[in-house]
Design a protein around this ligand. Structure first.
Ligand code: AMP
Length: 429
């Protein structure tokens, strides 16, 4: 127990963590290019925020929240997603009094009590954006274009945008009735969950993961046939802008997304293999959320992607991310007499900005050279008894075996020069 992690959580080991840094840096850069700023929201919030903000009939709220009572008898919940927290922060900090729309991104862990499997965890990480305070279709198209570019820009193949409009409360009313009429004869064949959804939120039946329900909803009327004029115009304009930007998409009339607060544009992005786990990103418009949680009546739109699923897809598609160098210089001190000079030299090299590694166990030259090789050091500095006597070090360039003896005082500047020369050579190649 003490040395076993709970189900559904992951360690990200040092051998893997560079990929996370790579993708996170890429996402932050892209967010900047699209005009989004980071908003850091808390890991836990009042439970009620998620109940109101996500909706009582969603799977997340019904079955998946990590809710606990704290020592002050308050009900708190580990955030299962980021939108509700961003919306709460937007209202609480009166961000609506600044320039609108506000454009925010977040990145970090989310928690859902779900059945763990490949690509589905109880603690997972999301990157997401929210644009709050604008209803223009260009904002929807920009969100979709941003999401698409994340995957496209990383070189993923088979990136598909599935797009739909789920209408607004006005058009959903008529649609809901038509959908219920269609499903009523098959009501008792639906899965248990969908039977309870029938009255509360029949649109959710459309994206039920049960194969049987999936078959039963074939031929059901689609929301797109029931869109009111405003919603239809909005949807048409979103599609038109996407086409002008060259973003490929396919309208998917069964796409309703799991959360209750979505209005109008809803989308998902898949990449690679078919299957229930293939959605890496989902998002949509939520024009009633900010008001629902007690803020001004401002519309919003956002998306979130699963970092684990993104990394998994990159791996499945054989994408080569560039691993950063872990070591510039390895300092190989030989024998006890070299201890002080080795430590001094490592420290000076590190202060000059270089990545420096060394041995601590008094290993022989051969073993230390092997260690230097393992960390792909470009240069090894060797300090033996002779060198100590002469206050010198041997500088070995690993790529070609070239060796020069230099004075200790010149070591830092010499190594820096050598590394710049190696870099220039590498760039020319
Ligand atoms: P959602 O907030 O449910 O729309 O999910 C957005 C994205 O987060 C999904 O497309 C997945 O990539 C990811 N995601 C959702 N739930 C999990 C989970 N339990 N484990 C890993 N990734 C998840």
């Amino acid at each position: 127990m003490l040395t076993t992690k709970p189900r559904g959580v992951n360690d990200i080991l040092p051998d893997e963590v560079w990929k996370w840094h790579y993708v996170e840096n890429y996402l932050r850069d892209l967010a900047g290019r699209f005009g989004f700023q980071e908003l850091r929201i808390p890991i836990f919030e009042h439970t009620e925020l998620f109940q109101r903000g996500i909706g009582d009939t969603s799977d997340v709220v019904e079955k998946e929240m990590y809710t606990f009572t704290d020592r002050g008898d308050r009900s708190l919940t580990l955030r299962p997603e980021g939108t509700a927290g961003v919306a709460r922060s937007f209202v609480e900090n009166k961000l609506y009094s600044g320039t609108l729309p506000g454009k925010y991104y977040y990145v970090g862990p989310m928690f859902r009590y779900d059945r763990p499997q490949a690509g589905r965890y109880r603690q997972f990480n999301q990157f997401g954006i929210e644009t709050i305070g604008g209803h223009e279709p260009a904002i929807d198209s920009e969100a979709v274009a941003f999401a698409y570019e994340i995957f496209h820009g990383l070189g993923l193949e088979n990136v598909l945008v599935h797009l739909n409009s789920v209408g607004c409360p006005v058009c959903r009313k008529a649609y809901r009735a038509a959908l219920q009429d269609h499903l009523r004869p098959a009501l008792h064949d639906l899965c248990e969950t969908c039977q309870t959804r029938f009255d509360r939120n029949p649109m959710r039946i459309l994206d039920c993961k049960s194969k049987h329900c999936h078959e039963l909803v074939q031929g059901a009327p689609s929301i797109t046939q029931y869109l009111c004029e405003d919603c239809q115009n909005h949807f048409d304009q979103v599609k038109k802008i996407l086409e002008a930007m060259g973003i490929p998409y396919a309208v998917d009339q069964n796409l309703v997304r799991g959360l209750d607060y979505y209005t109008r544009t809803a989308f998902e992005i898949t990449a690679g293999k078919e299957g229930s786990q293939s959605a890496i990103c989902g998002g949509g418009r939520y024009d009633n959320l900010i008001e629902e949680i007690g803020g001004p009546a401002l519309p919003g739109i956002g998306f979130a992607l699963g970092m684990e699923r993104l990394l998994l897809t990159l791996e499945q598609q054989g994408s080569q991310l560039q691993k950063p160098d872990s070591c510039d210089v390895f300092v190989a001190g030989l024998g006890g007499n070299a201890e002080i000079l080795t430590s001094q030299l490592c420290h000076s090299l590190r202060l000059s900005g270089l990545r420096v590694q060394r041995d601590y166990q008094g290993k022989g030259l051969k073993a230390q050279m092997k260690a230097a090789d393992r960390v792909a050091a470009k240069i090894v500095l060797i300090i033996g008894d002779d060198e100590i006597a002469r206050q010198a070090v041997i500088c070995r360039q690993m790529a070609n075996g070239e060796q020069t003896t230099i004075s200790v005082n010149d070591a830092v500047s010499y190594v820096q020069q050598k590394l710049s020369a190696i870099k220039v050579e590498g760039d020319i190649k």
